[in-house]
Write a new protein. Structure first.
Length: 562
């Protein structure tokens, strides 16, 4: 499966000292604790002012509390106390954010772990609709009773709108339950319009992902005391009732999951999960790759054991093509393990000086200092109704065209922060497919804590802001590819086509050490050319920065030399 992108940043990372990770050891912002037991976390523009707000669900299994929102002040900063809170209270677990009723405003689904009586009563799923800039004070939809700690949004039935997957069960009392998907019916939900798994499980987290890359979303459940399961969608988009994959490694007590994709000539999906050894297991981070059928059921990489693992996120901290691991635990610091090519660091490059009860971790360029507009171009027919973008964290999608026809906003759905897009099933994904979207190389890390004596955290990215104008030029070069990476003699920079604006220009390529020292500086005349070669054979083995300049604009890649 060959895909061309507006640019493709390639990197195999190596160990880099902690001081080069662009985050301070202590959070730059902390909300007022005030006894809040924060669990669920979302980042989305709730009030429509163009800035990502912070949505937090409080309560966990400790105290019935509220859903809250901190509004972005328009510069990436927030008030220490919530600007909005729900009227109702519950034992809130995790949440998911997306436009459920197709009105252009992000809505919020929340898992309620326990009922009002605590562990003796099951919770439920709730949906708060956005009323053109403010969430409704009480949820419009509440499901039948069941224990649930997490939920996720995705187009499970392939019709172009967002459904809600729900992890159901209660591990402390070993109450197993069936996983559920609430199907979206023109923006409404019902207990009568659901999918249920064929077996009962012990899931704490749920996520959607196209694991077998057939263009349809599968559903993943990570579990305590039972295997982790994946229920695959067939080529018609129907999710099977029996799991087609189950983890087989011993001592399975998994807390959280994230889905990644390697989009190369041989693309594949993978999962990263945190183990929590409170009730059993080994308390490690694990990675499972899904390269060839039958899929391996044991992890390809494991961290050292560290205890009560919880929140996890894949994000390219150093602007890599392969995302790094950002993860935490209960009464643990936040850690960043860089991607190494075959896995991740065992000795992490970054460890915060905080010890909090991390629940959820998200990344966004909250102040938009380095937000970049990017164009993805696909020249293949895509199966199903899904588009997966090359950046792991996507801030927003501003437009899609299929066969040079621009889609209306209601014809596709993007979940804030995710790198997948669901397109209406009425639109076959024939090439050329072009997606304009936003991402940032300098995202800020946001963490929810359920330690009632501590607030929620923001670790702001300490890199110098990157203006959009500094990185626009290469969007004019269609199908940019840089290879091989790692390299030993030459790197090639090739383009499928060259726009007229570029044909009359020159391209300057610099190769620098991480310290900034320039080792290679070479100009190329682009007139009539669709590719260049650069000799890197004299460089020592290691990691380098490759700057590509076009006029006053530049784009930075990272290159590993053998």
């Amino acid at each position: 499966m060959k895909r061309l992108v507006g640019f493709l940043t390639l990197l195999i990372a190596l160990h880099i000292n902690a001081q080069e990770i662009p985050f301070n050891q202590i959070p730059d912002w902390e909300s007022t604790a005030a006894g809040r037991i924060s669990t669920g976390l979302g980042l989305a523009d709730i009030n429509g002012d163009g800035w990502k707000d912070m949505i937090v669900a409080d309560g966990n299994d400790i105290q019935r509390q509220r859903l809250t929102v901190h509004y972005n002040l328009g510069d990436g900063n927030f008030n220490d106390t919530p600007d909005w809170q729900s009227d109702d209270i519950d034992y809130h677990g995790h949440l998911a954010v997306g436009d459920l009723n197709n009105d252009g405003w992000p809505d919020v689904a929340v898992s309620v772990y326990l009922g009002p009586g605590g562990f003796s009563e099951p919770g439920k799923l709730k949906v708060y609709y956005n009323q053109q800039g403010e969430l409704e004070s009480t949820p419009s939809f509440e499901s039948m009773p069941f224990y649930t700690f997490s939920c996720a949004m995705g187009d499970a039935d392939g019709d172009g709108d967002l459904d809600i997957g729900v992890a159901c069960g209660e591990p402390y009392e070993e109450i197993l339950d069936k996983g559920r998907i609430y199907y979206n019916d023109n923006g409404t939900f019902s207990d009568d319009n659901i999918w249920e798994s064929g077996i009962k499980m012990g899931p704490l987290d749920v996520e959607f992902g196209d694991i077998d890359l057939n263009g349809h979303l599968d559903i993943i459940f990570t579990c305590e005391a039972t295997p982790n399961y994946i229920y695959f969608a067939d080529d018609e988009g129907q999710i099977e009732s029996s799991p087609s994959w189950a983890s087989s490694d011993a001592g399975n007590y998994i807390n959280s999951v994230d889905v990644g994709y390697t989009l190369s000539d041989e693309p594949y999906a993978y999962l990263v999960m945190t183990g929590n050894d409170q009730l059993g297991g080994d308390g490690r981070v694990k990675r499972y790759d899904f390269k060839t059928v039958p899929y391996e059921t044991t992890p390809v990489w494991e961290s050292n054991p560290f205890g009560y693992g919880s929140g996890i996120l894949l994000y390219s901290v150093l602007w890599e093509s392969q995302p790094d691991l950002v993860y935490g635990g209960w009464w643990e610091p936040m850690k960043i393990a860089l991607h190494t090519g075959s896995g991740y660091e065992l000795n992490t490059s970054y460890t915060s000086s905080t010890n909090s009860v991390v629940e959820a971790i998200l990344v966004s360029d909250l102040g938009q200092e380095s937000m970049l507009d990017t164009t993805y171009l696909c020249t293949d027919t895509l199966p199903g109704n899904m588009i997966v973008l090359p950046h792991q964290v996507v801030e927003g999608v501003s437009g899609i065209s299929v066969q040079d026809v621009t889609l209306a906003p209601e014809q596709y759905k993007h979940i804030p922060g995710k790198n997948r897009i669901a397109v209406s099933d009425e639109i076959p994904l024939y090439p050329p497919i072009s997606v304009n979207y936003q991402h940032s190389p300098h995202g800020d890390i946001v963490i929810s804590n359920w330690d009632s004596q501590k607030g929620n955290y923001i670790f702001y990215n300490t890199n110098e802001p990157v203006g959009v104008d500094d990185h626009q030029a290469l969007r004019e070069i269609t199908g940019l590819q840089i290879f091989p990476n790692p390299a030993s003699d030459y790197i090639s920079i090739e383009f499928s086509t060259v726009e007229a604006q570029v044909k009359d220009g020159s391209l300057e390529v610099l190769v620098r050490e991480l310290s900034g020292k320039c080792l290679i500086n070479k100009d190329f005349d682009l007139a009539g050319n669709v590719g260049i070669q650069l000799d890197v054979g004299k460089l020592n083995s290691g990691l380098y920065l490759v700057d590509i300049h076009l006029g006053n604009n530049k784009y930075i890649h990272k290159l590993w030399v053998n």
